[in-house]
Design a protein around this ligand. Structure first.
Ligand SMILES: *Cc1c(COP(=O)(O)O)cnc(C)c1O
Length: 417
């Protein structure tokens, strides 16, 4: 079958124009207020946004910072981990996760993901802690055998807007005395049902601290760079307030050496305007995900939609499917004027930047397989029904042309649970 002609309207992978058109007057007014007040860094706009975002995340404190990377780095630095200790995360995430670990003076290590959720596999984490580590009888530290270093923290990434399976991760962390820092940079508003606590919990309220990014394309995006840490720990919040501002406790009194990692007042004002719409935008994303699912099921491809476990309420930062010939699919969709992307094509343990970690192909087989097949389809709050129908028609005509046996999960690795 021929792809639909290029003459069809472009369906962007992401629409950053429409939401700002709708809010233009309010956003411009925010900018005007900052100009009138001459308030550009810190101040009431930042504090007000921090208050509102903390409450959105059901966390006690929020500290606005310059980016999601700052947020992760500062959270890890504020956690009081031993210098050089290991922070365990996953290979299929954005490199900012591991940059923050290294830049905080800590050591990156990985466990593989669960094929069903694309997130950290708690069984692999358990195996890492129980088999690849031992408890040093003198210090009581949990030492990784290969790296001969203590393990200090776990960074589960709530990838694509769906939380990692936090109950078992938190249980293991408690058992081994490890700190958990959530990478919630893609998960503003996502929720997790904790069986242990018999309640839904917000991303950003489960670990010692959590990092959020307000990069423009995120579910809550600034008109520029921004990020935030949420935490229920007052001391951690206080340290991060110092870290973002040159280690100052008050002007020109530096308790520690810090960074220039503050959130702009203009961005905070913009974020506060947009935050009022975030719950609705997330609902629209969930509705779009449900519509994609229905369309794929109707088209006989019930195995294509991503899985949402019963314990997750995802906010679909990305809508990710798997196909064997994903470059072929992306080209085919491009011919039909449909945007698509890959998040992320090369797992971190195989990146040149991490050659020194000594990993090679085969070390994290699930991440490797998944990262070779994933495609992110158009997903944004104002995605229209007719656009989704065109996307699904495009995907289906490609996969049926390529042979139905070439898609779906049946031939994949055996899921771990
Ligand atoms: C975007 C993102 C980051 C980094 O956020 P920045 O604001 O770009 O620094 C970190 N982790 C994940 C998973 C992300 O998606």
């Amino acid at each position: 079958m021929k792809p639909e002609m290029k003459t069809a309207d472009k369906i962007p992978f992401l629409d950053l124009i429409t939401p700002h058109k709708e809010l233009r007057d309010e956003l411009v007014e925010t900018f005007g207020n900052a100009l009138d007040a001459g308030a550009f860094v810190g101040g009431a706009a930042v504090e007000n946004f921090e208050k509102d975002f903390a409450s959105f995340c059901a966390a006690e404190h929020c500290v606005g910072v310059g980016s999601g990377t700052d947020a992760l780095r500062f959270a890890l630095m504020a956690a009081g981990l031993k210098k050089g200790s290991i922070v365990v995360t996953v290979p299929n995430t954005f490199i900012a996760t591991t940059e923050a670990i290294s830049q905080a003076g800590l050591t990156v290590d990985f466990v593989d993901i669960d094929e069903r959720t694309f997130n950290m596999d708690p069984a692999k984490l358990r195996q890492y802690l129980e088999v690849e580590c031992y408890v040093d009888p003198n210090s009581g530290d949990l030492i990784n055998k290969r790296l001969s270093r203590p393990v200090g923290a776990i960074v589960p990434v709530h990838l694509y807007g769906q939380t990692a399976d936090m109950d078992p991760i938190l249980e293991l962390a408690e058992r081994y005395g490890l700190t958990v820092i959530e990478d919630a940079c893609q998960a503003h508003g996502a929720e997790y049902f904790s069986k242990r606590e018999n309640r839904w919990k917000k991303a950003g309220s489960m670990g010692l601290a959590a990092a959020f990014s307000f990069y423009p394309g995120k579910n809550l995006g600034a008109c520029g760079e921004g990020g935030a840490v949420t935490t229920n720990d007052a001391a951690v919040a206080k340290t991060i307030r110092m870290l973002r501002d040159h280690g100052q406790s008050q002007k020109y009194f530096h308790e520690i050496e810090g960074f220039n990692g503050r959130l702009d007042a203009i961005q905070a004002g913009i974020l506060q305007v947009k935050l009022r719409h975030l719950a609705d935008w997330n609902e629209n994303r969930r509705a779009a995900a449900a519509r994609y699912r229905d369309l794929f099921v109707e088209a006989g491809a019930a195995d294509l939609p991503p899985i949402e476990p019963e314990w997750a309420t995802g906010v679909y930062h990305l809508y990710v499917i798997r196909v064997q010939d994903r470059m072929g699919l992306i080209r085919y969709l491009g011919e039909a004027n449909i945007g698509a992307a890959i998040h992320y094509p090369v797992p971190l343990h195989l990146q040149n930047a991490y050659k020194s970690l000594g990993y090679s192909e085969g070390d994290f087989p699930v991440s490797e397989l998944v990262s070779s097949e994933i495609v992110s389809l158009p997903m944004f709050p104002n995605l229209r029904d007719d656009q989704q129908e065109r996307v699904v028609r495009g995907v289906m005509s490609f996969v049926s042309g390529a042979g139905l046996q070439n898609r779906g999960r049946e031939r994949r690795l055996v899921a771990t649970h």
